[in-house]
Design a binder for this molecule. Structure first.
Ligand code: ZN
Ligand code: ZN
Length: 257
């Protein structure tokens, strides 16, 4: 499988509006981070995980040719603001797109984008080409002939769905590990995981480097790639502080598993 990091950044991106770069050196292109999203390609099928406010640029900059299904991790704007662009995208692609979300997230989507869920008579143009599919809170599901595993993670007052496919897993916007997560995390070759808070633990629904090291000690994934990263991390300087097996992602990074 091929994974492309379309966006490696935290909710407000790096730099934030008004050129707020924080510790990130503006001269290093790897510090320019759009909102967190990945593309997984396998057996000729393309799965997008999250469609945030940078969706259009990410699809174009990475020359993405197709999307079959979209998995939405949770209802925060940095993960869903690109969804209203999907109806038009179905017209360009010439086929429908399935959108998967947990029951909790789907309710959130209906509230944010009720007009996309309308019945035929007053539906928005092309919105009927979107097929909304409810994910289980945990367990297996199949799309495009590919079998995934999903698991809900606590994320401040809501929950975020993590996804595993074979020996790869993607977990973004998480605060604590669910009680039963051994099957989800065991035997991974690659784990892409949110580390929003870097070295500053905060109670804000996110992870930090201390939680990341706990995950590494407990489950020993072969390779951990940090995502949803903020202005607190410089691509070069922060990378020097990371132990073997943990690295920073960047926009456009391609990983093969
Ligand atoms: Zn987020
Ligand atoms: Zn979030």
């Amino acid at each position: 499988m091929k994974i492309t990091i379309l966006g490696s950044g935290s909710a407000y991106g790096v730099p934030m509006a008004f050129n707020v770069w924080g510790a990130a050196n503006p001269a290093n292109p790897q510090n320019k981070r759009s909102r967190a999203s990945i593309l997984l390609e396998e057996n000729g099928k393309s799965i997008l995980i999250d469609a945030g406010p940078d969706f259009r640029y990410q699809i174009n900059d990475n020359n993405v040719q197709n999307i079959d299904s979209v998995f939405i991790t949770h209802g925060h704007y940095d993960h869903i603001a690109g969804i209203p662009e999907l109806p038009r995208a179905t017209k360009t692609l010439g086929h429908g797109i399935k959108i998967y979300a947990s029951a909790e997230t789907m309710a959130e989507l209906k509230q944010s984008y009720g007009y996309l869920f309308k019945e035929k008579a007053d539906a928005e143009p092309d919105s009927q080409s979107l097929k909304w599919c409810i994910l289980p809170d945990s367990g297996r599901f199949t799309t495009e002939g590919l079998e995934f595993e999903t698991l809900l993670f606590q994320h401040h007052h809501i929950h975020s769905s993590g996804f595993r496919y074979q020996n790869f897993a993607y977990v973004t916007d998480w605060e604590t590990l669910p009680e039963k997560c051994e099957t989800f995390f065991s035997g991974l070759d690659l784990l892409i995981i949110e580390c929003n808070n870097a070295d500053t633990p905060e109670i804000n629904g996110h992870s930090d480097i201390f939680k990341i090291k706990e995950v590494m000690a407990r489950f020993s994934p072969k390779r951990m790639v940090l995502s949803h990263i903020s202005r607190r991390m410089d691509a070069e300087e922060y990378a020097k502080t990371l132990p073997d097996g943990i690295e920073l992602s960047y926009d456009g990074m391609i990983l093969h598993v």
